[in-house]
Design a protein around this ligand. Structure first.
Ligand code: SF4
Length: 396
């Protein structure tokens, strides 16, 4: 099992653009911590060590220290982190206090993913973020002083009304902070968000695709000139600092997701997800279900596979070989290494044909081993991947 993902579905404020699963009603947080422990005990009664733990959300940095300790203790018993494993906490800048940072270090957290988004206060206010640019700068410096080296910053580009110069300043500030990893995302407008509503009612402008493309292309070029490795469409790092947890997702490895809205994958052909509904999750996992088999079975003889799970708050799907192949095409094209010819078997010749135009346009590089997208090609990734998808009729 590659990694464990824990979804903490709470935030202090709702950012205008966000469609992740979260609630701003923090009153159920203590019960949620217990429910997540119950889910973990039931799904993974005697789990294998994990290469990575990743706490995301939501905003897991809203968890009080005692809740984090309780969760960490349960994780250690049921899915211990391998020695030297990556333990990431997503944190918002306003939570980077000296006390929190010291407590997180004691728990063994060794990587922070900080939601900076921009250093410009007017934009942060427009996004309804709960922090200022200065808070982000000071919080990251405090994290470094507390001993955190492996820090990733999230930035958003393509905001309406911004210029390339503003994006360049943001990236410059991020690089000056001396952190080794960046995750960068174009602002997208998701339905049922406050941003979508504001655009529909004419209160704010839509993001501009041309602005986002220019920001993206400049970023990739600039990062390379500074010795960075843009190793995935949204992620770049200094050499040796790639994100291990997310890299395992893109490589198609197995992972276990705990918490409302979290997804799991068995590494072969089954994907399962908890419904993004806190109330249903709390009801389903209010108690740990009895383990399968004889009730007096000692813990060290129970199955080590996920088991005995309430079905009322989760769903699953079986992936056919075709689904797996098309997913492999999609996730591989995101990465600098691209799609290995060895991963597509007999379909390689058909892909040569499907992507010939893109190679000619300079959007794709084709070698004897793999196909990969150039920076320009990444702007068209969805279309290029879709043109390569295999359908049942294509199979011999
Ligand atoms: S803090 Fe993160 S998860 Fe929470 S609303 Fe904002 S963007 Fe979404």
């Amino acid at each position: 099992m590659a990694g464990l993902y824990l979804h903490v579905p709470y935030c202090r404020k709702a950012c205008t653009y966000c469609d992740f699963h979260f609630s701003t009603q923090l009153s159920t947080l203590p019960a949620m911590v217990e429910a997540m422990q119950n889910e973990l005990r039931a799904r993974w009664p005697q789990g294998h060590p994990m290469a990575t733990w990743y706490w995301g959300g939501g905003t897991p940095s809203v968890l009080p220290a005692a809740s984090m300790e309780a969760l960490t203790e349960t994780l250690r018993r049921h899915s211990p982190l391998q020695p030297g494993g990556e333990f990431t906490l997503e944190a918002n800048p306003e939570d980077l206090t000296a006390d929190h940072l010291a407590a997180w270090r004691r728990l063994g957290i060794n990587r922070l993913s900080v939601g900076v988004q921009t250093f410009v206060d007017a934009r942060l206010a427009w996004m309804n973020r709960a922090h200022t640019g200065r808070q982000a700068q000071e919080g990251i410096a405090r994290a470094q002083d507390a001993g955190f080296e492996n820090i990733s910053l999230d930035l958003i580009y393509g905001l309406p009304g911004t210029s390339l110069g503003e994006w360049q300043d943001n990236v410059g500030m991020a690089l000056e902070l001396g952190t080794p990893h960046l995750s960068t995302y174009a602002l997208t407008v998701e339905e049922r968000t406050a941003l979508h509503h504001a655009i529909q009612s004419g209160k704010t402008a839509s993001p501009d695709d041309a602005r986002a493309s220019e920001d993206f292309l400049w970023l990739r070029k600039h990062l390379r000139s500074q010795g960075w490795d843009p190793y995935e469409i949204s992620n770049a790092s200094l050499p040796g600092w790639r994100a291990q947890h997310n890299s395992a997702y893109w490589a198609g490895e197995a992972y276990l997701g705990i918490g409302p809205g979290a997804h799991s994958f068995d590494g072969r052909d089954e994907r399962r997800w908890n419904l993004p509904n806190n109330a249903r999750y709390l009801k389903a996992w209010a108690q740990t279900p009895a383990p399968p088999g004889p009730s007096n079975q000692p813990a060290n003889q129970q199955t080590s596979q996920p088991s005995n799970q309430p079905t009322s708050c989760s769903e699953s799907e079986h992936l056919s070989p075709l689904d797996r192949l098309n997913e492999r095409i999609m996730t591989s094209l995101r990465r600098a290494e691209g799609l290995s010819r060895g991963d597509v078997g007999d379909h390689a010749k058909a892909l040569d044909g499907a992507w010939e135009t893109y190679v000619r346009k300079g959007w794709m590089l084709q070698t004897a081993e793999a196909w990969s997208l150039t920076d320009e090609g990444l702007l068209w990734m969805d279309r290029i991947a879709a043109d390569g998808f295999v359908s049942a009729e294509d199979l011999p």
